[in-house]
Write a protein that binds this ligand. Structure first.
Ligand SMILES: O=C(O)[C@H](O)[C@@H](O)[C@H](O)[C@H](O)COP(=O)(O)O
Length: 245
């Protein structure tokens, strides 16, 4: 696990953009595509804007990129709370990514179990596998109580062993969501956590330096069997870490 602390969101976002460019080029050279899952929330907004602008945008062959979301709120795609909407406005609408490579969660979410299954099937088709898709990169955020994706403390989603995507109802509004499960997240080749803000300093210290208690701090459940985990923090979020990273 690699942990780097940055002076501010600008520096963190530029480093994250460099990391994504490097990981994308490596994946495309190795197996002809780059499968990327985006988090929701506000932290990655600056990063997404950078990836859609010079010099980063020309450093990735976007025709080989497949985009998914590691969690999504069950709202319409033009709802201000939609994770897809933010990423599309700030990045995807400005990049030459084939429309069929942008995998929004199913529009019809009246039956969220069926929507979770449909998203899983779409993922397997895009990866060309019937096994657990191994994302090249899953970008995640973390909440002030240690949630990540839409995996929240003390919820059954943390113990899900079979499903890869599942419906959840969570304490952070809007409550109804679809989320990647630990099984899918931990199959990834690379995980990139982007965490900023002093309100997360306790959770960051607990997750990175505390005892293992993923039911309290779900971000601790992320430990890919074959992949590498990278944390990029700003100084505020790293404020309670004991050891200098
Ligand atoms: O849909 C969501 O809300 C996210 O995926 C969630 O896990 C987010 O990454 C964290 O809550 C951090 O959110 P901020 O970046 O806004 O602090």
């Amino acid at each position: 696990m690699d942990v780097t602390i940055f002076s501010d969101t600008e520096q963190l976002s530029r480093s994250a953009a460099d990391y994504i460019v490097h990981t994308a080029r490596e994946a495309i050279a190795a197996h002809g595509q780059f499968t990327l899952a985006l988090s929701g929330g506000s932290t990655p907004k600056k990063l997404y804007g950078l990836l859609a602008s010079e010099p980063y945008r020309d450093q990735i062959d976007w025709s080989k990129v497949e985009i998914f979301w590691s969690d999504e709120r069950c709202v319409s795609p033009d709802d201000p709370e939609s994770n897809y909407r933010m990423a599309n406005e700030v990045m995807l609408s400005k990049l030459p990514i084939p429309a069929e490579h942008i995998h929004r969660t199913p529009a019809d979410q009246s039956d969220r179990d069926a929507a979770s299954l449909a998203y899983t099937q779409e993922m397997k088709r895009a990866f060309g596998t019937d096994d657990v898709p191994q994302f090249d990169l899953i970008q995640l955020g973390m909440g002030p109580e240690g949630h990540t994706a839409s995996l929240f403390p003390h919820q059954g989603s943390l113990r899900e062993q079979q499903r890869l995507v599942m419906p959840v109802s969570v304490p952070k509004p809007p409550p109804d969501r679809l989320t990647f499960t630990p099984r899918l997240i931990n199959a990834a080749s690379h995980i990139l956590f982007l965490v900023t803000g002093a309100e997360k300093d306790e959770a960051v210290a607990a997750v990175l330096e505390g005892e293992q208690q993923p039911d309290e701090y779900p971000a601790q459940i992320v430990h890919p069997s074959r992949g590498e985990v990278t944390w990029m923090l700003d100084k505020a979020a790293a404020g309670k870490l004991r050891k200098q990273k």
